[in-house]
Design a protein around this ligand. Sequence first.
Ligand code: SAH
Length: 467
Amino acid sequence: MARPAILVLGENSIETAERIRSALGEADIFGLQSRVEKADIPFSDFGGALRDLYEAGRPIIAICAAGIVIRALARLLEDKRAEPPVLAVAEDGSAVVPLLGGLSGVNDLARRIAAAFNVVPAITTTGELRFGTNLLHPPAGYTLANPEAGKKFISDLLSGEKVRLVGDAPWISNARLPFDPDATLTITVTDESREPEADELLYLVSTGHKRGRLAVIGLGPGDPLLMPPAVRQELQRAEDILGYETYVRMAGPFRPDQVQHMTDNREEMHRARHAFELAASGRSVAMVSSGDPGIFAMAAAVLEALHESGDPAWHGVELVILPGISAAMAAAARIGAPLGHDFCILSLSDNLKPWSVIEQRLDLAARADFAMAFYNPISKARPWQLGQALDIIRRYREPQTPVVLGRDVGRPGEKVSATSLGELTPDQVDMRTVVIIGSSTTQRFGRNDGSEWVYTPRWYGEGRPTS
Ligand code: SAH
């Protein structure tokens, strides 16, 4: 878990905040600048501070009315992203109210805080109340191998299904679960890694001695011949493989003892934390990305999760990042060398940065005469951005400027073709395409087979070598 943040709005709450901090072992106390002197970190805008912490995935304990917290976070809640625990605590510690983050341990946190004040936490989660334990949050030493199956499993239990336990775990056998030896739902506790069955929750018990490993690896564009041997080796070594479903499939096939964890593409931080949890329990984990893991992919999310975490077990994990061939490199090589001189890579997605920043960067890169590779050029949710990007480039580059479109490079149905800035229209491009825009010196010429070569010479301006 990342380091908790305790927010206080007045000097009177400091004592309560300190008591919570000592109950949790570590936390930062954030205080409203105008009213609190003794905080670790001052803030001036409560809503802004709260939203920043929430987006950074920090557990949040706000010493104020629950309503204030709800209103401040409301606009962020539709997002599917994983929620950190969020709690409201009364100024005198008399009420501890878990609000968000049922899947990330808010109730455990509420219990620890409530214990420090000798009160009962206001837990409303049906599963936990009914069963007396949170199956999605096993105690230290146990790792849930398939958390993605957890929600349905618990709702099946709540709607009356029975469950049987295979293996040994007191925290499960002592829980108020509807046990029945003939049940189809199964909870398995084992120290042997394997693929979970349907209708099964699989818990892996760690010995606690082995040092876990997390490798963030790049598969390259898709062609197995373009996958680096170091990455291949890491895939052999891995006990758990995590990533967006398409890429996990691309990385396979796997042995029966290797556990595949496939998740939705959007849940990057959640996936990164899950990887650390597995690795911290002593397992060897591979996190897969297509292309290079450091280019619009998982490596940065993994480092962000680690940076935010104060958990020594996470920092003890052996973390390695193995590069792969990125889409722009693979597409460029198929058609020649369009990135042969200075270039830049830009993502046209405004999901994680404002469109105004993208426009400004495009403008400056076009003026600087960089060749450019566009990733995430267009999607159903972002239909107009590419057209606008091209309008900006066209202010500075001639219509005959060569453009390369690489679609599904290294995958079945690959198509890499050359066109020009004047002829390019957004409908020729989709989200599986990387777009390369030439600089003022980029050249095109025909090949024997009727296709074309595109290259950007090594020299620029006065720099042309004399022979
Ligand atoms: N880490 C990846 C990039 C992920 S961003 C890498 O280094 O390649 C996703 C974008 O990358 C896609 O929208 C597309 O623009 C580009 N892309 C990834 N793989 C591709 C491929 N095989 N062919 C063409 N474009 C690809």
